[in-house]
Design a protein around this ligand. Sequence first.
Ligand code: AMP
Ligand code: ZN
Length: 437
Amino acid sequence: MKNRYFQKEIETESREKLEENQLKDLQNTIDRALTTGFYRKKLNDAGITSGKDLKKLSDISGVPITQKDELRSLYPEGLKAVAPEEIIRLHTSSGTTGIPTVIYHNRNDIQSWAELMARSMVAAGAGPEDVFQNMTGYGLFTGGLGMHYGAEFLGMTVIPTGSGNSSRQLRLMNDFRTTIVHATPSYLLHLYDQLEESEYELDDLALKKAFLGAEPYSESTRKKLEALWGIDVYNSYGLSEMNGPGVSFECEYKNGMHTWEDAFLLETLDPENHQPVPEGESGELVFTTLKREATPLLRYRTRDISRIIPGVCECGRVHRRIDRISGRTDDMLIINGVNVFPSQIEAVLMKIPEVGTNYQIHLAKDGALDRITVKVEIYSKLFTGDLGQLEEIRSRIRSRLHASIIIHPRVELHEPGSLPVAQGKAVRVVDERGGDS
Ligand code: AMP
Ligand code: ZN
């Protein structure tokens, strides 16, 4: 059923009204931010002492940018603009046991997040009649609880399976007539292979739609998944610093992701000089929370590259659409939906005495899933030792890496000088996954 809305007034109000509210909420957010030591200093240094100092939306350009590293440096205290007893939940960014960013939520924050999620899913055609199977991790990862609360609030029947365990996923899909799944694109590809080997037939299932996000994927991956499963696939974008999912979501026209501008002030900036790029051109997405009470964030650099799609969508929603994420302005890798920085891998390797100086991170597809192989040079005298010793080093590297980056890499040991040495900047990451799987 097209053109169904969850919060029709907010979704279809005039641009003028939306911007009027954005300015009010921006001023309130600045005032809230000013109650934290971190933002008080940053804003005061920029000559801002009150939300009212911003007279129009474009005055946001005078507000300092917030970087991920700054938030990391505040861990674990983070930013609290409300009394501690008001806080009911926290989430952290994915992928690392190192220092993550922490975001706190009070009751209103959890409720508005659920509303954004419900609104997103209704835009993609979901309704209370649907059975929703949530195949992403519950816990600190925001995809699990974020989608879960939204789906319940919307009134779907939720099956909170969490990630993995493909045979159980398929059984539940079959037994409870699941109509919508939420997963990463790589997992849904993988699950199709599992389906083919299982006792179930595609025709037995009731699946109609999938909401896919948490990692980049191409338009051809969407088409492939739609053809394989015989479903509609909708792109979902978010990041833990902006709650998680529910920042931008495709409507049934599948023509870019509506960014909920009543909740997030959206800018696309040149990553070098932080100046706005003309609408329609690619830039780094920068968001300011407009509604969040516990942890307000001002002009947060996502490092994600996209563009605002000019024009209005046929669905009638006023909230502007962003294009598929085309890349990042840093070297963060997303491996099966988990964020990994090459520097984390390096930090682990360099603490292991047997490891030499050269290493390479190799990414490839293993069926539908990403496979990471860490190739390390170790000192040649070790190769003259016994195989057991080599195996011990290999498994020690593997388990230390697992402890730091959560995922399980393959580890290959190489003799010194055997891995390629780059002429200029070292090429540490070889990514052969390709955009189209
Ligand atoms: P996290 O904060 O750990 O949830 O990771 C958020 C990051 O995942 C974003 O900054 C993006 O780089 C990536 N991401 C999330 N959703 C998508 C999507 N639909 N397409 C591409 N990348 C995505
Ligand atoms: Zn639309």
